[in-house]
Design a protein around this ligand. Sequence first.
Ligand SMILES: Nc1nc2c(ncn2[C@@H]2O[C@H](COP(=O)(O)OP(=O)(O)OP(=O)(O)O)[C@@H](O)[C@H]2O)c(=O)[nH]1
Ligand SMILES: [Mg+2]
Length: 1027
Amino acid sequence: MGEAACRQIRNICILAHVDHGKTTLADHLIAACGGGVLHPKLAGRLRFMDYLDEEQRRAITMKSSSIALRYKDFSINLIDSPGHMDFCSEVSTAARLSDGALILVDAVEGVHIQTHAVLRQAWVEKLTPCLVLNKIDRLITELKLSPMEAYNRLQRIVHEVNGIVSAYKSEKYLSDVDSLLAGAAGEVEQELVEDDEEVMFQPQKGNVAFVCALDGWGFCLSQFAEFYASKLGASTTALLKGLWGPRYYNTKTMMIVGKKGTEGVSKDPQPMFVQFVLRPLWQVYQAALEEDGDKRMLDKVIKTFNLSIPPRELQNKDPRVVLQAVMSRWLPLSDSILSMVVNCVPDPGSAQSARISRLLPKREFMVDDTGLSSDVIAEAEHVRKCVEACDSTSDAPCVAFVSKMFAVPYKMLPQRGPNREALNNQPTGEGGESEECFLAFARIFSGVLHSGQKVFVLSALYDPLKGESMQRHVQEAELGHLYLMMGQGLKPVFSASAGNVVAIQGLGQHILKSATLSSTRNCWPFSSMMFQVAPTLRVAIEPSDPADMGALMRGLRLLNRADPFVEVTVSSRGEQVLSAAGEVHLERCIKDLKERFAKVSLEVSPPLVSYKETIEGEGFALLENSKALFSGTEHVEKTTPNGRCIIRIQVMKLPGALTKVLEDSADILGDIIEGKSGKRNGSSSSNTPVDDGDSVATLRKRIIDAIESEVESLSAQLDKERAEKYRKLWYRFLQRIWSLGPRQVGPNILLIPHLKAGNLDNSSQGQKNILIRGSCDVSRRLGFLDVETDDTIAVVEESKEETESPYVEAEALKSSIVSGFQLATAAGPLCDEPLWGLAFLVEPYIFPDSSETAHQPDQYGIFSGQVMTAVKEACRAAVLQNKPRLVEAMYFCELNTPTEYLGSMYAVLARRRARVLKEEMQEGSALFTVHAYVPVAESLGFADELRRWTSGAASALLVLSHWEALSEDPFFVPKTEEEIEEFGDGSSVPPNLARKLMNSVRRRKGLPVEEKVVQHATKQRTLARKV
Ligand SMILES: Nc1nc2c(ncn2[C@@H]2O[C@H](COP(=O)(O)OP(=O)(O)OP(=O)(O)O)[C@@H](O)[C@H]2O)c(=O)[nH]1
Ligand SMILES: [Mg+2]
């Protein structure tokens, strides 16, 4: 295969919100170009790409799958993806392997939350997007809009989608939920003209299609422009420009004019798009579907466009069949879409050179003088060049990326190879485990792959410069058979060259979820994919019969490999914990486990909801006593059992925005703190923005922005002077960050002692104490320190004393203090859940050891352990003393419901402690869209309950949004007179919500729960009888 062949390839995926018609659209493309795997009559109804039983049953797509199509001289690899939130990881795997994306939007429902998410995904992966406005028929038949109204609506959708993309372009960072809320559509002005070069989607540019996947038709403007050009004798280019936007046709002068130019010619002028495109469509629909429709319109279309339609179809009694017969021949859907793809989406060669900065970001490294690594670098650079150029010659290095592994039963694999030779596709018993065969879903980026070839499998952590120490991250593997994918079907091929999407057998033992394949060790792994959310719904699983434990463990191992998103872990109590993205995903995992992978009956626990712990209060409260820090009584003090170390801790709350930045940037922070190059981009798996610049600088800016926005939002409550003081305080704190926690990257900060601190005022024995000053490691890495200030703070002052034992000891104890902080932030005092958004000021003092045992090495080990425990205990105690609060995760929930079910929907929301943000009537329809926050703890069975109560009319989509502290005090006991009046004297106060949640977590974890178990035994017995 040469370069020419590569130019004839297009790799695209279809992305959209759930139910906007992706699989239906794919059906039509497959029927037309899939080599006969789908009969055109069934197109749109079969949903060929939804071949799993569970997908057909639920009528939603759950995985991404690929099909190879032939259109004219082009090979097109089409990947259909799921729209449901729970399977968003499959969108990431699809996007990584594609060069272009068809972004579908339902013309009635408009832009929804997953539309935002997929636009972001396409943007991050540097795909070339095309917009497809689907379900145009619903505007005619359901909403009964006039062509003019329909035009306004379509225009608004295009405008809104463009707005979202331009926000990404300007690198404004917003999470999907934020951007949805921020974009809450203010009324768009009429007559938007969008022919600015910068605007992404423009119908006149040919990257917007208007389609009805159900009836199998669709068009781009060029089709109409060409038709009218010949009819009116005008130029196609001029017409193309005139067919979108406020352009009118003056019938007298036969000119394309602005609105003014129509004065005196027509009373109610309509834009050309309405007059020339929508009106005829509306007429055909009316002619076909309405009783008294003018049937001559159909004949006119058939004649004008010379359509050959079998009379059998035209005489069909069902008007829908007649309509489809005419429309699908007049404006065949597959032609419009695929010609758009061929024209707008780049071939793999051009696409890869544009995507290279995302796929294989340029590395910065130190060349050492051994000369050894310079060879490695030279080769790795060569490999990168070949990927950039999509070199498909056979002597180019082979590079492929596997975006997921999927399981296929052995009996489904082809039995014959490319030359009809028998393939030995029997269960090889890979690890003696199962009848499932694992295939890698991969795209070749350089060179030619063939079966039997030996390749290196590189994990995301592999670094070719680190040689031997990297053995764990690289393996050698031999490729099994290669297949082109035809949905469920697999077509064996000998080899496949750069630019193609294939399935590869034989890597099951080597790859868990994703990996880079390369013919040389000297190659960087591709950057990791971005996932929209992390798996958050966790359940514990055990076999109904304990004897089946072995089968369950095997099953979990297989499931973990077969599903790109599921996570299997073991809890501290030894339970097997399965984490999934949401309820639908979880259900499918359990079903797969029971029926395919483990084949045993299982018990599934209720969801293990995660919480966090924090304290109440605003950060600025510390202004009041900032002077008194450490002199007042605000701190907690702990002494180690040997009395040699006193730890003082004060806790305060971080500004909310800062907590969020730290949380969102965990991956970048991890890289920065570990000291990896700060110039890598987009290697994150969470919501980090993608930038091509310096990630340290970006992060620093976001942190500063967070502080500024906090100060700004406080300006209403604080006078100018105090606001300024508050700002200064935080800027100073930013220079004093010793560590973040938990796990070095969490949203909690450990601050080094204040410069002025140093002497323990109550040093009772009159001994001289030493303050362990710590070092502002994190501040330095983030670039908040100038070198000079750094030194003055970090170095223990009198260097002459450094050799003295207490100073050496102080140096050595630093790590114990950080460890204590890490432990404390990993498990808070309420119910051992991680802490959230707190800063700890620490002042550790040690006293010189005068005892005999001082210099025995094991004594030191014990002492450092004691210090660690003391720090941990002090942090926990400090939280407990400062109004501790439980923090719960919230879903952002988007609901759609017909007006008559609004009441039932609100009832369901109320039962789930939901907070409604906005409700909005969808223009021109009887549907309401409601946005609300629902606590994760209350979300189980939410969608089901909603369906039951609204007879299936309302739908809900949940996206993990943010963490929110419960305002209730879990330890609340009525104290003031008013409280006692309201709640009683405390003996019979029912535990409040925070307490209940906290206790349920404690019980689950086997922690002691303070509860009055039985109060009035006799009474309780009679009550309990009723069951
Ligand atoms: N009226 C109308 N309905 C359509 C059209 N296209 C698709 N539908 C219907 O919309 C529903 C969803 O279609 P799918 O193709 O399964 O949607 P999807 O985007 O693949 O959904 P997921 O994969 O679950 O995200 C089906 O009932 C289709 O019949 C259209 O152009 N007009
Ligand atoms: Mg689908």
